[in-house]
Write a protein that binds this ligand. Structure first.
Ligand code: HEC
Length: 167
């Protein structure tokens, strides 16, 4: 959706090409910066980029390992809700289902949290990292996670990404 401010509408009255150009440029900038369109941006994980993976390993140790496990093994009985109805943290290794999700989902979920992704209330213990990590750090930590998967699972994940992009 394009939002056209009153100011831009007035600017259009003496229809000049430059005013139209400015309006279009504004609309494009708005479109690209709108969170709703982030899903279309490029979130490709860089699991073969050594410096990115090294940064991601640090980010993981400092922010994720406490719940998802130092060796990405997740919490015990992660498929069973606890007494309070919450799911424990799942593993990020191949035994979990992190690799079932495309890059864009993993990125947006880590940044904005699960409720924001699914668009409804869902009490859970996964924090949103919007105010704690930069986009670069989020991409790095997810790239690190992917770098630990076997070649076979990495290729399956590449296919999941290709299917998600084609939708
Ligand atoms: C306070 C504990 C905690 C911390 C810290 C934490 N998580 Fe989570 N995470 C969870 C829980 C619990 C879930 C499952 C929530 C649910 O489904 O109810 C989860 C789920 C996820 C999922 C979804 C996995 C899937 O298969 O659907 C991703 C991706 C994820 N976390 C990434 C991260 C990353 C990256 C970090 C560090 C930057 C992190 N988490 C830090 C608790 C945590």
């Amino acid at each position: 959706m394009l939002r056209v401010s009153n100011k831009n509408k007035l600017a259009l009255k003496p229809v000049s090409l430059s005013a139209l150009g400015i309006l279009l440029a504004g609309a494009v900038i708005y479109y690209l910066s709108s969170p709703a369109n982030e899903a279309e941006a490029n979130f490709a994980l860089k699991h073969k980029d050594a410096p990115v993976v090294a940064l991601g390993e640090q980010v993981y140790a400092q922010n994720c390992a406490s719940c998802h496990g130092v060796a990405l093994e997740g919490q015990a009985n992660w498929q069973k809700r606890d007494a309070g109805g919450y799911l424990p943290a799942p593993p990020h290794d191949e035994t979990g289902h992190t690799w079932h999700h495309p890059d864009s989902y993993l990125f947006l979920m880590t940044k904005y949290g699960i409720e924001e992704m699914i668009g409804k209330s869902y009490p859970n213990n996964m924090p949103a990292y919007e105010d704690k990590l930069t986009d670069e750090e989020i991409l790095a930590v997810l790239s690190y996670i992917k770098s630990t998967w076997s070649g076979r699972i990495q290729r399956q994940h590449d296919q999941i990404n290709a299917r998600a992009k084609a939708q």
